[in-house]
Structure formats: C-alpha cells, structure tokens
Ligand binder design. Structure first.
Ligand code: PEP
Ligand code: MN
Length: 263
C-alpha cells in the first residue's frame, strides 16, 4: 500500500478529515441516547472540550435481550437536535439494514458494531450508501477478518471506511472487559491505507483506565479516539462503569494535547 487515505466527513461545523496526515479526531458521548437533557448536555460539554463528533446509540446490541435496547427512532431525533444545537457530527450504530435509511438521515458516520463486523449483507448495504462507515473490530476477529470486512464495504462502492479497535476477547475478565490491542495500530499502518481509531472505553471497560490508554493510543499513532462520556455514569442505562464524566473528559482533552498528534 502507498499513501494513507483520508476520510472526509461533512458536519454542520465543516468537513472533518480522518487520517494520518490530519489532526486527531475525537468522538465522544454516551453509550446510549437516554433522554433529551442528557444528550444535549453531553453534546455541549464534549464540544466545548474539543471533540468533533458526538456518539450515542439509538439501537443497542445488548448481550441480554432483557437489557435496555436503546430508544430507537426517538433517540435519532434527539441526536438530530444535538447536531443542530452544537454543530457536532453524529456517529451512531446501525444494527439492521431496515433502519439504515433513517439512521443515515441523521448520522454523519454510520457505525457497524463489533457484533456485526462480519454481517456481510449489512456490510454490503452500508457500502452501497454514501455516508462514511466506522467499522469496529469484532471481538474475536483477526486482522485479516477485519480487513476483509472493510473490503466488503469498499467493494460495494463506499471508499470512506474508518477502522476502530475496541478491544478483543480476554481470558482475564477480572480486571479488564477486553484486551485493547494497541499494537494493531502499527500493524494496520503496514497493511492498509484506512484511518485508524482506538476506543479505550470498550477496550478496557473501566473509566479509570481510559485516560492512560487514550494517551497510549495517540503515542502509538492512532488517528482518532472514541471515548464514552456520560453526565452521570453511575446512573447510565449502559456502559456506565467505562464512561468518563464531562469534567474528566475535559481534562483528558487537555492532557492529550501534549502527547503527540496535533489536535
Ligand atoms: C458501542 O460503541 O457502544 C458498542 C456497542 O461498541 P462495540 O460494538 O465495540 O461493542
Ligand atoms: Mn457502549
């Protein structure tokens, strides 16, 4: 492979570029969109701290069918309101092709979650639409599996794919939720031109480990970070333990500025 490619994403605040030759792009927000107040507050706070994108799930891939499944269409409306209010780009997950059209109306980047990384029919469908795609690594996916999944999207006509490492299955769940594979950043750099994002929130599972691993991600060359932020992590409907408060996120953004990649 030759040069690293850039993925341009148009947002209300202008075009944001993901890629090696561009400043760090930070995506922040709650695991799930819970209500209007919390998503607007989070959007304002992460914007003020310097994030370019708001993340938030409307359709949630939960391990248990009895766990909160996301507010669906009404959550998409709240994301649209947050976008309008702050100018942040929106990233949200598509779980089912049936919802792709309404998600792509609101999202500036469509996320394919770890559990759908090899849902080939869904990959072909996001490849056949125009919005850039964030492809999370499957929890037990090899690098080859992951790159071939990206290839499905590219081969279907969409050149704008961002790869996101979010931790792989660990044998030791006692201390971390997953094993964050930071070494995959230089490995991917050798194998692909696509931009690389690291998600230390799902990667470690604990807010206390997020700042250090976020800094390490930048030091090892990641182009972008995804960080879960919730105004009240103790009350979150999903992934509270790994979510930073807006205050902690704000100080992390200041700490990141001195690690490496320009912001
Ligand atoms: C998420 O981003 O909230 C999520 C469900 O991530 P993953 O697919 O990596 O588990
Ligand atoms: Mn989550």
């Amino acid at each position: 492979h030759g040069e690293a490619s850039e993925v341009p994403v148009s947002t209300p605040n202008g075009t944001v570029y993901f890629g090696l030759q561009h400043p760090l792009v930070v995506v922040a927000g709650p695991c799930s969109v819970e209500n209007e107040e919390m998503i607007i507050e989070t959007a304002r706070r992460v914007k003020a701290a310097g994030a370019q994108f708001l993340r938030g799930g409307a359709y949630k891939p939960r391990t248990s069918p009895y766990a909160f499944q996301g507010h669906g269409e009404s959550a998409l409306e709240l994301l649209a309101a947050a976008r309008q209010e702050t100018g942040l780009g929106i990233i949200t997950e598509v779980m089912d092709a049936a919802e792709l059209e309404i998600i792509a109306e609101v999202a500036d980047v469509v996320q394919i979650g770890a559990r759908n990384m090899q849902n080939f029919s869904l990959l072909k469908k996001v490849g056949a639409q125009e919005k850039p795609v964030l492809l999370k690594r499957g929890m037990s996916a090899t690098v080859e599996d992951w790159l071939m999944a990206a290839e499905y999207i590219l081969a279907s006509g969409n050149p704008n794919v961002i790869l996101c490492e979010r931790g792989i299955r660990t044998f030791d769940r006692q201390y971390t939720r997953n094993t964050l594979d930071l070494a995959v950043v230089p490995v991917l750099r050798k194998l692909t031109h696509l931009p690389i994002m690291i998600d230390p929130s799902h990667g470690t599972g604990w807010a206390t480990y997020v700042p250090d691993t976020a800094k390490a991600a930048i030091a090892i060359g990641a182009d972008s970070l995804m960080i879960e932020v919730h105004p009240n992590p103790a009350k979150a409907l999903s992934d509270g333990p790994q979510s930073l408060t807006p205050d902690r996120f704000d100080s992390l953004m200041q700490e990141l500025a001195i690690v490496g990649k320009a912001m």
